[in-house]
Design a protein around this ligand. Structure first.
Ligand code: NAD
Length: 258
């Protein structure tokens, strides 16, 4: 489906981003993993290279436009083209609106809304020239419904769905599709840590938190796996999905249906 395609992923040193890189590599794609965390992104790229895949690790803080441009340039320099951009880097902070530090709000929206805009701006000319491009923005069910305490995360995720629609329109005649993926609760170290903290605060087991807090919200009564999210991005990047553009596709075990 994506053999020989070149994919550039932000925030790819861990969690969903790494899993997407691994899934593309296993399908024969050439993968540029990028992340702000130098040590972890190097480890992640070494891991895939050690498994025999064609991969490079790049340090890229997505709040810095010149670093995004530089990482994209390095990818094109090594692989000759860029077919798939995955805007995945993310950061979360939970606090009431009165207690939410403005700098934190600005940082979170910069990482999850301004950065996808900047990366899209820089890959568009490359993709237009190729007559082919796939841009996938990692949104969330937080981009569709409100969650108290997540003003920055929610605003950024709602915003990136808007950006997805606009850029889908702008790329439509040039073979570029742009879609947003909206996962519910995914079983990542980040989510596990949050649930473990909650369990500690309540002095109960992790299983109890899942049963009492999470599962009542999720009709399928489970956390999603990172592989499920990666598989969906593989589909969106493929030729089979050429008619899918401007969409916010939801993978949430039924969360937003109730
Ligand atoms: P994660 O924390 O494992 O991964 C996020 C990555 O982004 C990290 O490697 C981190 O170093 C990187 N990052 C943070 N700031 C950065 C910056 N300024 N520049 C470059 N990289 C930066 O989290 P994850 O759960 O894998 O989340 C990945 C994406 O999926 C995020 O956009 C998140 O909002 C979204 N998402 C996650 C879930 C979930 O349940 N885990 C659900 C819906 C959406």
């Amino acid at each position: 489906m994506v053999e020989n395609k070149v994919v550039f992923i932000t925030g790819a040193a861990s969690g969903i981003g790494y899993e997407i890189g691994s899934a593309f590599a296993k399908q024969g794609a050439k993968v540029a993993l990028s992340d702000i965390n130098e040590e972890k992104v190097k480890e992640a790229a070494d891991q895939l290279k050690g498994e025999g895949y064609d991969c490079m690790g790049l340090v890229c803080d997505v709040t810095k436009e010149e670093q995004i441009q530089n990482a994209i340039d390095q990818t094109v320099e090594k692989y000759g083209r860029l077919d798939v951009l995955i805007n995945n880097a993310g950061l979360q902070h939970v606090a009431s609106i009165e207690e939410f530090p403005t700098e934190k709000f600005e940082l979170i929206t910069k990482i999850m809304l301004v950065a996808p805009f900047m990366a899209t701006k820089h890959v568009f000319p490359i993709m237009k020239k190729q007559g082919f491009g796939r841009i996938i923005n990692m949104a969330s069910i937080n981009g569709l419904i409100g969650f108290a305490g997540k003003s920055a995360y929610n605003s950024a995720k709602h915003g990136v769905i808007g950006l997805t629609k606009v850029t889908a329109l702008e790329g439509a005649e040039d073979g570029i599709t742009v879609n947003a993926v909206c996962p519910g609760y995914v079983d990542t170290p980040l989510v596990r840590n949050q649930l473990e903290d909650l369990a500690k605060n309540r002095d109960v087991s992790l299983e109890k938190v899942l049963e009492e807090v999470i599962y009542p919200l999720v009709p399928q009564k489970r956390l999603l796996s990172v592989q499920e999210i990666a598989d969906y991005t593989l589909f969106l990047a493929s030729n089979q999905a050429k008619g899918v553009t401007g969409q916010a596709v939801v993978i949430d075990g039924g969360y937003t249906t109730q």
